[in-house]
Ligand binder design. Structure first.
Ligand SMILES: *[C@@H]1O[C@H](CO)[C@@H](O)[C@H](O)[C@H]1NC(C)=O
Ligand SMILES: *[C@@H]1O[C@H](CO)[C@@H](O)[C@H](O)[C@H]1NC(C)=O
Ligand SMILES: *[C@@H]1O[C@H](CO)[C@@H](O)[C@H](O)[C@H]1NC(C)=O
Ligand SMILES: *[C@@H]1O[C@H](CO)[C@@H](O)[C@H](O)[C@H]1NC(C)=O
Ligand SMILES: *[C@@H]1O[C@H](CO)[C@@H](O)[C@H](O)[C@H]1NC(C)=O
Ligand SMILES: *[C@@H]1O[C@H](CO)[C@@H](O)[C@H](O)[C@H]1NC(C)=O
Ligand SMILES: *[C@@H]1O[C@H](CO)[C@@H](O)[C@H](O)[C@H]1NC(C)=O
Ligand SMILES: *[C@@H]1O[C@H](CO)[C@@H](O)[C@H](O)[C@H]1NC(C)=O
Ligand SMILES: *[C@@H]1O[C@H](CO)[C@@H](O)[C@H](O)[C@H]1NC(C)=O
Length: 704
């Protein structure tokens, strides 16, 4: 079995369709550049980010998106536009909302938002029997000005505006008489007017009103508004912060779905972009979700959707810095500028708020700015638990801004911040120091840049504190700003995401365009391991472009099984048993987009020991443009009840998307392999994997 070349087999079986597809693609002038996705949407040229205004009407799927009409990096934000009648073949349309004053005197940009069909003309924008389409989005004003509506906006203000279309979304008229229709964030958040964005609107039949969910990005809140005419909005409630708060919250969506297909049991899901602070192991952007209930004014997350993270229950608090006592009164020895000081509140004048701390106070050595230096040393204690857990943030310098553990005068542990005011949980394993006398010291010897450290909630426990505290919609690095379609059947929830990451989005090696969208995904809610989780599957319409199906059953794979040349745009379904790691076996998976000698490759597999799917793009081709790009990513996935692991993998010219199990785990990653990296092989590390089923299909270009 092992010596057979599966690539040969595939070609013999399926010669015709495969060859003619390649010929057709090469004869086309555009959409054949080195990294040009063949079945993921990209604009012909220029920069694209968030999908906007996804709406289905009269048999056509519309997709607007954040677009720079004048260049291949972010700027002059406008709404690009594309249409499709099957969610796979897209036609790029003229720009729908062009930045006002483009190109030389831009006074308003059109940031993210959504579109509804106002069937009952609640807005009054309809004419001559045409119900209006209404777009609600964030207006970004680069400078202060008085608008035609008479409203005054401030320098760099973000406010919510509407436009309408009477020609099925082709051209749009801004509502200049009233815009912005939500000028400022509500009390007590008026100071957040620079970070108030991304309205997601939909009709909610039970209350017969429009609902808008808008993000207060920096304070990690979603605001829920309602309206009867899309012009006047009333704030109903706020949601958050919960779970992942490592960066701004933006691009929210809120929608209902039946649980396990049971329409008498409907739950709501909120999805929220977080940037930075995405899934563990990634750097930059990610999306988390919450499952709960929405009654028309309040979204209440299920307790199971909320994870406090942090230290384990039953921890012994050593010092939480609460209460009105100086460090000296707590038995801490202060030196330098910290003599006579006390713990401080979460915000200091002139400093960003410290986020993620508990209670009201913490150690913040910013004091009179970064210039202040000194040390704080705890009273001695005897180590009696296995872990010391704490929150830390601030400067990243292990020698100058750190929290350290000293035993017998030696430093045995030290932890620093990450040049961020976000506190994260950190742990020291102190099991080797049981019954020894110790002190904790907090040092700030730095005077500039990030010359301060923040510490809070020092506690003792027998297990470490965790930061892994969110329900990630996708665990890969390239999945952001997902938006669902309006205008579909009540519980049909199709989403599209931006397949890129703010960490390196502007430097990916593509030209003359930058960024692609994911394939459309159908969402549902399923009960898995007693929790209701969001599950994703590729849209059914997908199948129309996936061809040349070939199935192979392999009784046993040991080490490597060559699949040969399988091509650059393929769909792969891989099913294998999750055998115990007891026989020493650790990983099984597939290498795709590999060069003939496998020196360049992308590995997608399953780690049986930790029950995790992984994508390894450390050798995936061009990885030079960002130091964080060549990385290995993991996502949890329990085997199914019959001990089977299923991976459904979509490979394109510059990406891989993996759907694990029933779709409860997905991972999306860009890759930039060389043109001739078309080889694949199965790998089984640490032992054989038996009863492997693999199904490989060629995916036709959607541009031919
Ligand atoms: C830019 O546009 C604004 C608003 O239309 C106008 O008032 C202003 O004079 C323009 N500035 C220039 C330099 O053209
Ligand atoms: C929508 O309302 C406006 C304002 O009342 C009216 O002029 C228009 O005729 C209406 N359009 C439709 C299609 O009903
Ligand atoms: C939603 O629930 C809240 C809290 O129970 C209640 O105050 C509010 O009136 C409800 N809203 C609607 C529209 O039912
Ligand atoms: C803290 O205690 C000091 C001294 O007792 C007192 O002057 C101060 O008002 C207290 N501050 C707060 C916030 O209670
Ligand atoms: C640590 O343990 C020693 C020996 O049992 C004891 O004498 C000492 O008081 C303890 N120190 C603290 C700070 O609890
Ligand atoms: C910290 O000090 C050690 C020892 O002097 C040195 O090797 C290391 O480079 C320093 N690290 C930083 C971040 O300055
Ligand atoms: C630490 O001290 C406790 C109580 O005196 C004792 O039961 C335990 O065995 C000691 N642990 C170690 C690792 O010495
Ligand atoms: C095991 O479960 C998977 C997923 O639930 C299913 O696709 C597969 O057919 C099952 N296999 C067997 C042998 O029952
Ligand atoms: C594959 O392409 C790379 C870069 O374009 C080139 O250096 C290499 O020689 C090619 N390999 C083969 C086997 O053609």
């Amino acid at each position: 079995m092992k010596s057979m070349n599966f690539g040969m087999l595939l070609k013999v079986l399926l010669l015709g369709a495969f060859v003619s597809q390649v010929d057709a693609a090469q004869s086309k002038e555009s959409y054949t550049e080195l990294y040009r996705p063949q079945y993921h949407y990209t604009p012909a040229q220029n920069w694209m980010n968030d999908p906007n205004g996804l709406v289905y009407a009269d048999g056509t799927y519309h997709m607007y998106y954040q677009y720079n009409p004048g260049g291949n990096t972010w700027g002059a934000m406008s709404w690009g536009h594309a249409t499709s009648d099957d969610l796979t073949h897209w036609k790029e349309e003229p720009v729908a909302l062009l930045a006002r004053g483009y190109p030389n005197n831009i006074t308003e940009m059109f940031f993210s938002g959504s579109v509804v069909i106002d069937e009952y003309n609640t807005s009054g924008f309809g004419r001559k029997g045409h119900p209006p389409w209404v777009a609600m989005y964030t207006s970004y004003y680069p400078s202060q000005q008085v608008l035609p509506s008479g409203k005054q906006v401030r320098d760099q203000q973000q406010a919510q505006s509407i436009s309408y279309s009477l020609d099925h979304g082709a051209t749009w008229t801004t509502y200049d008489d009233g815009n912005p229709i939500i000028l400022d964030p509500p009390s007590p958040y008026q100071d957040q007017y620079l970070d108030f964005r991304d309205p997601n609107i939909f009709w909610h039949q039970p209350i017969e009103k429009w609902v808008a969910v808008i993000s207060l990005a920096k304070v990690h809140k979603l605001l829920i508004y309602t309206s009867s005419n899309l012009k006047q909005w009333n704030m109903e409630s706020e949601f958050g912060p919960f779970n992942a708060v490592g960066g701004v919250w933006e691009c929210p969506n809120l929608f209902p779905l039946p649980v396990d297909g049971d329409k008498s049991k409907v739950k709501w899901a909120a999805i929220v972009g977080v940037n930075p602070g995405g899934p563990p192991g990634t750097v930059g952007s990610g999306i988390q979700n919450f499952v709960g209930d929405f009654n028309g004014s309040i979204f209440t997350p299920d307790p199971k959707s909320i994870h406090d993270g942090g230290p384990p229950d039953g921890s012994l608090i050593f010092e939480d810095f609460e209460g009105n006592r100086s460090f000296a009164d707590r038995g801490w020895v202060a030196t330098g500028d910290f003599i006579g000081t006390s713990p401080t509140a979460g915000t200091l004048p002139g400093q960003n708020p410290v986020t993620g701390f508990l209670g009201k106070q913490l150690v913040n050595t910013f004091l009179n700015g970064d210039l202040t230096t000194g040390t704080l040393t705890s009273p001695p204690f005897n180590v009696s638990y296995k872990y010391i857990n704490f929150l830390v943030g601030g400067g990243d310098n292990i020698n100058q801004t750190a929290i350290r553990l000293q035993i017998d005068g030696s430093i045995v542990h030290a932890t620093t911040g990450s040049n961020s005011e976000q506190l994260t949980w950190q742990s020291w394993d102190v099991s080797a120091f049981q019954n020894q006398s110790a002190v904790i010291e907090i040092i700030d010897l730095a005077t500039g840049g990030w010359g301060h450290i923040n510490v809070d909630e020092i506690s003792f426990a027998n297990s470490p504190a965790t930061n892994n505290n969110a329900n990630w919609l996708d665990w890969g690095p390239d999945f952001y700003a997902a938006q669902g379609y309006n205008g579909l059947a009540q519980y049909q929830r199709t989403i599209i995401s931006w397949m890129n990451n703010w960490q390196y989005g502007a430097t990916i090696p593509t030209s003359p365009w930058r960024s692609a969208m994911t394939i459309p995904r159908q969402l549902s809610l399923k009960t898995i391991d007693e929790s209701i989780v969001v599950v994703q599957q590729p849209e059914e319409s997908w199948k129309a472009i996936s061809r040349s199906r070939s199935v192979l059953t392999l009784p046993s794979v040991t080490n490597i099984y060559n699949l040969g040349d399988i091509g650059k745009a393929v769909e792969i379904q891989l099913t294998f048993p999750s055998t115990e790691a007891a026989n020493g076996k650790s990983e099984f998976g597939i290498t795709v987009r590999a060069s003939e000698d496998f020196s360049e490759q992308t590995r997608i597999g399953y780690d049986f020991t930790t029950q995790q799917v992984f994508i390894d793009r450390t050798k995936s081709g061009d990885i030079s443009f960002d130091s964080t790009f060549p990385s290995l990513y993991y996502a949890p996935l329990s085997p199914s009840l019959n001990n089977t692991v299923k991976l459904h993998i979509f490979v394109d010219w510059s990406s891989v998307e993996v759907f694990g199990g029933q779709g409860e785990t997905t991972m999306t990653a860009q890759i930039f392999p060389p043109e001739n990296a078309t080889y694949a092989q199965l790998f089984s590390e640490g032992g054989s994997t038996n009863d492997v089923q693999i199904c490989i299909s060629e995916v036709r270009s959607t541009w031919t």
